[in-house]
Design a protein around this ligand. Structure first.
Ligand SMILES: [Ca+2]
Ligand SMILES: [Ca+2]
Ligand SMILES: [Ca+2]
Ligand SMILES: [Ca+2]
Length: 310
């Protein structure tokens, strides 16, 4: 018994040392299928996210049909994105039902394509009738991309008014809203990790601590998201069980990106730590650190199995 105990303590110690070696992501690990597979025994990772690059600062202008006369402009009014996206509310449609608008970089005040912004964004055009109700048939949206020294021109074609009593579209307006934080951007906005070497169906608790507000999600072997933390969790914590192979796949993103597509601007270092749940009823097990328990159990089980085979 003494020999078994010494062996178990030595194993627990070696696992604790292994766990103390902070793993880093083998980037890109930005999707569940490309998750970084951690060495068996690794129970925490120190890494970082940066969702800020690739978010274009936009400027939005309303123009005449020939795009020569700027009539209305906005730089940073959008409630969507990172605070540098644009929005114009209640823009009157022209008397033929048309509307012409242009999106350029924030610094390009003259709409002369003089800017260096790049990245994906989305625009939403919501047309409202004179009573303020949305007109879905005329409303539309699109994902787009801004590149340095270019701009995007968009418009609503002239059309016959839906109201014969109001052929000149009087009172019809459009809200144009831009979102400059869509998709993963061009930085390191997502990390996916696979912890390995746990016992089959081993219970675990995963916790996140970081310089930014984070979200964790648990993925199954088919890369389906099966559980996730909420933006309201003071300490993002997931509980679950390892799969048949003793693996746990966890995704890390920033608050606001509940779909784990990387659409957030959080940045900073974080620690993701896994604690395995010891089986109750053993005083000896309670004396071992959580880092060593699963390994001790696994060794003991395989030893028992080989004993019973002999
Ligand atoms: Ca990372
Ligand atoms: Ca802007
Ligand atoms: Ca474009
Ligand atoms: Ca990553």
């Amino acid at each position: 018994m003494q020999r078994v105990r010494r062996q178990a303590l030595a194993l627990a110690f070696s696992v604790a040392v292994l766990s103390a070696i902070a793993a880093r992501a083998a980037e890109p690990n930005n999707t569940p299928p490309t998750a970084t597979i951690l060495p068996g025994g690794t129970l925490f990772v120190n890494d970082s996210l940066d969702g800020t690059p690739g978010r274009p600062d936009t400027r939005l202008g309303i123009f005449d049909p020939s795009f020569t006369t700027l009539q209305l402009v906005d730089d940073n009014s959008s409630p969507l994105g990172n605070g540098f996206a644009s929005q114009l509310i209640g823009v009157p449609l022209r008397s033929d039902g048309s509307l012409y608008f242009q999106i350029t970089g924030g610094a390009d005040v003259a709409f002369a394509d003089l800017h260096l912004e790049s990245g994906k964004y989305a625009w939403y055009l919501d047309v409202r009738d004179p009573g303020g109700s949305l007109v879905p048939s005329l409303s539309k949206w699109q994902n787009d991309e801004l590149s340095p020294m270019t701009s995007d021109t968009e418009w609503l074609d002239p059309a016959v008014s839906p109201d014969p009593e109001n052929p000149n579209w009087e009172g019809y307006t459009a809200d144009i809203t831009l979102n400059n934080v869509i998709g993963p951007g061009t930085g390191d906005s997502l990390d996916f990790w696979v912890f390995t070497g746990l016992a089959p169906f081993q219970e675990f608790t995963a916790t996140f601590a970081g310089e930014f507000a984070g979200l964790l999600a648990l993925y199954d072997a088919a890369n389906a998201r099966i559980a996730q933390t909420s933006a309201f969790d003071a300490i993002p914590t997931l509980t679950g069980t390892a799969d048949l192979l003793g693996r746990v796949k966890i995704g890390v993103t920033g608050v606001g990106d509940a779909n784990f597509t990387g659409a957030h601007v959080a940045a900073g270092d974080y620690t993701l730590a896994l604690a395995v749940v010891p089986e109750p009823g053993s005083v000896f097990l309670a004396g071992l650190g959580a880092a060593g328990v699963w390994f001790w159990l696994r060794q003991n089980r395989s030893r028992r199995r080989s004993n019973s085979i002999c």
